[in-house]
Design a protein around this ligand. Structure first.
Ligand code: ZN
Length: 280
């Protein structure tokens, strides 16, 4: 067995064996990751999954993506930057966030491994995404960014420490990273266990909880500025439908109380992190 991609411990236990892959849990830090994660070729996985069919579905979801993801992520930019500068997004998908960021005044660049997604972003938003998987050598030595963002990307990356170090090297002085990952301790995962839709996705290579993000950012040379978990109202509605104790007549007041409770107890669906360069 290969060591844990975060803490390097050698001991792990089987979390669950699926048809095409096995998830293990590190006995030392409880990170959940794919067995032989070091041999996964994410480029191929991503190309197979994020094809034309997936992109076609984006039209249906675009409205929600705008409302609940892209607009919230742009709000984060406003909260953590005094001025707009150069922004790099790793894994732009179909481009909703990057388009909105550009609309608010950022100079944007985006990398996206799916050719179909790049084509969609160009037609719909006039964005010229680079059809590339992450590689720090894609950038000139002098090229630096004020903000580097990656929403739901880390879980697809087999060697997260080296990724974070590479991102670090591309930041301008005072630059910051903003990112999100699915939460290993989300209500969805707590309720559904190994059969949760988050665990069964073959391209979800690593499942992080709060402490793992703290450890990963520190190892990458970052200092956390803000770390929180978020539960979207639509996600809670979905989770409540499969909740064993869901009460059909649950009031809006109870739902809202539950939503904020999940967020403050680190059971929100996603973990968001804003981090800056650590100064000795
Ligand atoms: Zn570990």
């Amino acid at each position: 067995m290969q060591p844990c991609p975060l803490c390097q411990a050698n001991e792990s236990i089987i979390f669950h064996t699926y048809e095409k892959f096995t998830l293990v849990m590190c006995e030392s830090c409880q990170l959940i990751y794919q067995l032989q994660v070091d041999k996964v070729v994410p480029e191929q996985l991503i190309k197979d999954i994020y094809d034309r069919t997936w992109v076609a579905m984006r039209d249906i979801y675009a409205t929600n993506t705008f409302k609940e993801h892209a607009s919230f992520s742009v709000l984060l930019l406003d909260m953590f930057f005094n001025k707009k500068g150069k922004l790099l997004e790793v894994g732009s998908g179909t481009g909703e966030f990057l388009w909105l960021a550009r609309e608010t005044g950022w100079q944007v660049q985006g990398l996206e491994p799916s050719a179909d997604a790049c084509e969609y972003a160009k037609e719909r938003y006039g964005l010229e995404l680079r059809n590339e998987i992450w590689d720090s050598s894609l950038f000139e030595k002098e090229e630096k960014f004020d903000a580097i963002v990656f929403w739901h990307v880390l879980e697809h990356i087999p060697s997260p420490i080296s990724f974070m170090k590479q991102v670090h090297s591309l930041l301008a002085p005072g630059g910051r990273v903003l990112f999100s990952v699915p939460n290993q301790h989300s209500l969805t995962n707590v309720l559904q266990g190994a059969s949760s839709p988050l665990f069964i996705e073959e391209d979800h290579l690593i499942h992080y909880a709060k402490k793992h993000i703290e450890q990963l950012t520190a190892l990458g040379g970052f200092e956390i500025i803000s770390l929180f978990s978020r539960e979207e109202p639509t996600r809670l509605e979905y989770d409540l439908r499969i909740h064993p104790v869901a009460i059909p007549g649950m009031s809006e007041k109870d739902k809202t109380r539950m939503m904020v409770g999940l967020q403050s107890n680190w059971h929100g669906h996603e973990i968001f992190c804003v981090a800056g360069v650590h100064h000795e």
